[in-house]
Write a protein that binds this ligand. Structure first.
Ligand code: PMP
Length: 393
C-alpha cells in the first residue's frame, strides 16, 4: 500500500475506534468564555488556571518587550540568543521558587528532555511512577539508564524498585514523579518519596506542571506545599498553564543548572523563548510573587464547583486540586456527554482510553480563577440536566 494510503487507513482505524481527536479552533483569546465556530461557549478545558493568558499586565509587558527587543531571539542561547530578559526571568523564577537557580527552555515538554537523558547514563537507574506524563516517559526513553517503574503513588512499590536499583549497583538513582497527576488531579506523596530517597540515596525530581501557580504559598508548587523545597533536587515547571504564557523551566541547585547549560540538548540546539514570551512570563512570575489573590480565587472556585457537583450525584474520583474529573465511566457515553455539553454551551473535554484506563472515561473539567459563580452555576445546571437525560443521575 502507498505510504499516504497507509496513513489514511490508520486514521480511518482511529476514527472507527472512537480515538480520533477533534481539534476545535478558537476565534477569541483564552478566557472564561470563548468563541468557536461563531458560538460562545464556557471554557472548562484550558490550563489557564489563573486567567493570565489574556491578562492586561502580561500583554503590556509583551508589547513593550517587542518594542525593545524585537520578535525573535536570533539564535540558540549559547550562541547569541540569551538576552537580558532571559536572565531576568530565570533570576525571578529562582527567587519565586526559593531555589539557587533556574533554566528556562522552550516548553515543559523540553524541560524533561533537557534533564533526564542529560544527567543519567547506562550506569544509572530511573524510577518513574507508572502514570507520569508523556514528556517524562519520552525523556526516560532518551536516556540509556535502566528503568524501574513503580505503581502509581505506591510507596511500597517504589521501595521495591529502589531496592532492585540498589542491587543492580546503579550509580545514580533518579526518582521522577508528576507533582499533580493531570488526569485525576491527585497529588504525589512527596513526603514519603523524599524519605525513601534519603534511605536509598536517590535524587528526587518532580514535574510540577499542574502544581505551579496552584499549590503552595502564592502557587510556588507542590514542593513548597509540603515544605520540602530543600529536599527536592529538581523541579520541572511549565510557563504555559498557570503562568499563562509558554515555555518550561528547571529549578534546582546552581551547579545543576550550570551543568545543564553545558550539556542539555534542547538548550544547546533549539532557540530560546521570544522576547514577548519571556517578558510575559516574567510579569506572570511577578504577579504571583506579589499576591495570592488569583490562587485563592482558583481554589474558592474549585471547592465550590467540586462540592456542588458531588451534591448533584457525580463521582469526581480522587482529585485534590482544581482538576475535576467528572466520571461517566463508559467511553461512548462520555463522548456523547461532551458533545451534548458543547451543544448546551460548555466546552469540556472527554478523556477516554488509552489516556485513562478502559471503563474510566470522564469529562475533565478544568476550573479557572476566571470563572464567576454564575459561570459555575451555569455549568452545574447543564451537568445536572444532561446527567438526568442520559440516565446517569
Ligand atoms: N509535564 C506535565 C505533567 C504536563 O501536564 C505537561 C502539559 N501537558 C507538560 C509537562 C508539558 O508542558 P508544556 O505544555 O509546557 O510543554
Amino acid at each position: 500500500m502507498d505510504f499516504y494510503e497507509q496513513l489514511k487507513e490508520d486514521l480511518r482505524k482511529l476514527d472507527d475506534s472512537g480515538l480520533l481527536i477533534t481539534i476545535r479552533t478558537l476565534e477569541s483569546a483564552q478566557g472564561a468564555w470563548i468563541n468557536i465556530n461563531g458560538k460562545k461557549v464556557l471554557n472548562m478545558c484550558s490550563n489557564n488556571y489563573l486567567g493570565l493568558a489574556n491578562n492586561e499586565r502580561l500583554k503590556e509587558a509583551a508589547i513593550n518587550a517587542v518594542k525593545s527587543w524585537g520578535v525573535g531571539p536570533g539564535a540558540v542561547r549559547t550562541i547569541a540568543g540569551t538576552m537580558k530578559i532571559h536572565d531576568e526571568l530565570e533570576e525571578k523564577l529562582a527567587e519565586f521558587k526559593k531555589v539557587e537557580a533556574t533554566l528556562v527552555v522552550q516548553s515543559g515538554f523540553n524541560a524533561n528532555q533537557a534533564v533526564i537523558p542529560t544527567i543519567t547514563n547506562e550506569e544509572d537507574g530511573i524510577l518513574s511512577d507508572e502514570l507520569n506524563h508523556a514528556s517524562i516517559i519520552d525523556g526516560v526513553r532518551l536516556s540509556k539508564a535502566k528503568r524501574y517503574i513503580w505503581k502509581h503513588k505506591d510507596l511500597n512499590s517504589l521501595e521495591e524498585q529502589l531496592a532492585k536499583a540498589q542491587k543492580d549497583n546503579c550509580r545514580r538513582k533518579l526518582i521522577i514523579t508528576d507533582g499533580v497527576f493531570s488526569m485525576d488531579g491527585d497529588i504525589a506523596p512527596l513526603p514519603g518519596i523524599v524519605k525513601l530517597a534519603k534511605k536509598y540515596d536517590a535524587l528526587v525530581m518532580v514535574d510540577d506542571a499542574h502544581g505551579e501557580g496552584v499549590l503552595g504559598e502564592n502557587g510556588r508548587g507542590v514542593a513548597d506545599h509540603f515544605n520540602l523545597t530543600d529536599e527536592v533536587d529538581i523541579e520541572i515547571g511549565t510557563l504555559s498553564k498557570a503562568f499563562g504564557v509558554v515555555g518550561g523551566f528547571i529549578a534546582g541547585k546552581k551547579v545543576l543548572i550550570d551543568y545543564l547549560k553545558q550539556q542539555a540538548r534542547p538548550f544547546l540546539f533549539s532557540s530560546s523563548l521570544s522576547p514577548a514570551e519571556t517578558a510575559a512570563a516574567l510579569e506572570a512570575t511577578k504577579t504571583l510573587y506579589e499576591s495570592n489573590e488569583l490562587v485563592k480565587k482558583l481554589w474558592d472556585n474549585a471547592k465550590y464547583f467540586q462540592g456542588k457537583i458531588k451534591e448533584i450525584g457525580y463521582d469526581i474520583g480522587v482529585t485534590e486540586t482544581p482538576i475535576t474529573p467528572v466520571m461517566i465511566y463508559d467511553e461512548k457515553k462520555t463522548k456523547e456527554f461532551s458533545s451534548k455539553l458543547y451543544e448546551e454551551g460548555i466546552f469540556a473535554s472527554s478523556i477516554v482510553y488509552p489516556t485513562v484506563p478502559k471503563g474510566k472515561a470522564r469529562i475533565r473539567v478544568m476550573i479557572s480563577a476566571l470563572h464567576s459563580k454564575e459561570d459555575l452555576d451555569f455549568a452545574l445546571n447543564k451537568f445536572e440536566k444532561i446527567g438526568k437525560s442520559f440516565g446517569i443521575l
